[in-house]
Design a protein around this ligand. Structure first.
Ligand code: FAD
Length: 385
């Protein structure tokens, strides 16, 4: 487990060399945890020691309230480039802290910020199947959970999971409620080991967990029913997973360049055209992230229609998915079959990125963009200004 000491260290984020060192170490460790049932604990200890778990807290370099979204996306991309599974779990941690800040009471925020400073790992587990979560009000400020969550990244290594479920008051549905579970205060949450047999992202430990019988307090409930789906936060967060995904594609270009140089093939004209296309596609991904981060902060500040923020986030994730798929294809052709053998990193990154690109509702996302654009009466050149 990550040690829950009070973290006193200055964040490595402000020292580019220190940050690069931490991320290089995380990347070196990646092959060691590429198994079902494994989790990159050491990598998370490194992130915790480097102050990166607390990076978005008040007064920290990427303070959530201070319009640093573009820089946060770059950090997510770089962590994804080091290890996509670490990036996935780290993104969930950052997402949970943002939701806690948006919807928590002052006392709750203080408590959860203290928890982060003691290296508690947070996450957001919303996905579920037919046997999903109900939160039954017991009375006396107590609630009992029933049901399962699927794709719980970080599983039992996460000590502050934010989960969602149907709040049940006197047997009636009262809405989709968030809660943050302090795992040391409740019974052990059982994992269904049969669920997690994935193509890639093994180290994200995205298990199916059984919450039946877990009892929590009023104080563990976050916000009001329905807050979780509040836009633009719900769909707008897609820019964060897109950033992690782009990191995977970036690491493929990095490894491709190294391999071609080591084989004396970097001057071949066909290889150069592939490198060129990988480079310009990645750079367009960087531009998407930079603009999405900038728009997110500017538009939230000036009260722009949340639907516009969501539309831009939807375009960003769609464009980055296509970029990643194309970069993977070019990479495969560039390094050939021999490049897809372990211990070279290509096959792991390829599996991880293929799996991680499967995010919620890609078809509906595209339709939403088209619907929004189709209904705007502003001139096309002003759609995104
Ligand atoms: C590595 C990894 C880690 C994850 N970690 C977490 C986590 O920590 N927390 C969390 O909450 N979730 C997590 N998820 C889940 C993730 O957020 C998505 O919910 C999940 O990946 C979507 O699964 P799917 O592709 O099978 O979805 P589906 O919704 O089944 O989509 C598959 C395809 O079907 C289409 N489709 C969708 N609905 C319909 C329909 N009604 N009719 C016809 N077609 C449809 C989609 O557009 C898509 O083309 C994780 C996923 C992965 C891969």
């Amino acid at each position: 487990m990550i040690t829950h000491n009070q973290s006193t260290q200055q964040s490595a984020y402000t020292d580019p060399e220190a940050l690069a060192g931490v991320l290089a170490h995380v990347a070196d460790l990646a092959p060691e945890t590429d198994d079902e049932g494994n989790f990159p604990e050491e990598a998370f200890q490194l992130l915790a020691d480097a102050g990166l778990l607390a990076i978005t807290l008040p007064g920290q370099p990427l303070d959530n309230a201070q319009n640093h979204t573009a820089q946060l996306l770059t950090l997510l991309k770089r962590i994804g480039a080091a290890n996509l599974a670490v990036g996935r779990v780290y993104e969930g941690h950052i997402n949970a802290l943002l939701l806690a800040q948006l919807f928590g009471t002052a006392d709750q925020q203080k408590q959860w910020q203290d928890d982060v400073r003691q290296n508690h790992l947070f996450s957001v587990w919303n996905t579920q199947a037919d046997d999903g979560i109900r939160i039954h009000e017991l009375g006396g400020g107590r609630y009992e959970l029933e049901g399962y969550k699927t794709f719980c990244s970080g599983a039992n290594w996460v000590s502050r999971p934010l989960i969602t479920g149907e709040l049940m008051r006197q047997g009636q549905k009262a809405g989709w409620q968030m809660c943050i579970i302090p795992t040391e205060r409740v019974d052990v949450i059982d994992a269904d080991k049969r669920f997690w047999k994935p193509l890639g992202m093994r180290a994200s430990a995205s298990f199916k967990l059984n919450f039946t019988g877990i009892v929590i307090d009023e104080n563990d409930l976050l916000g009001k029913p329905g807050n979780y789906f509040q836009q633009p936060y719900f769909s707008g967060g897609a820019i964060r997973f897109a950033a992690v995904q782009l990191g995977g594609a970036e690491s493929l270009l990095e490894a491709t360049r190294l391999m071609l140089r080591s084989m004396g093939r970097a001057d071949d004209v066909f290889q150069q055209t592939r490198l060129a296309e990988m480079a310009y596609r990645l750079e367009s991904g960087n531009l998407w992230l930079s603009q999405a981060g900038h728009n997110n902060d500017t538009w939230l500040r000036d009260g722009t229609d949340p639907a516009k923020i969501v539309a831009y986030a939807n375009m960003t994730r769609t464009a980055i998915e296509e970029i990643c798929l194309r970069v993977m294809h070019l990479c495969e052709k560039a390094v050939g079959a021999r490049g897809l053998l372990r211990p070279l990193p290509f096959e792991r990154i390829h599996r991880d990125l293929t799996m991680y690109l499967r995010q919620p509702a890609p078809d509906a996302t595209l339709v939403d963009i088209g619907r929004w654009v189709g209904h705007q009466t502003t001139a096309t050149h002003d759609l995104w200004t």
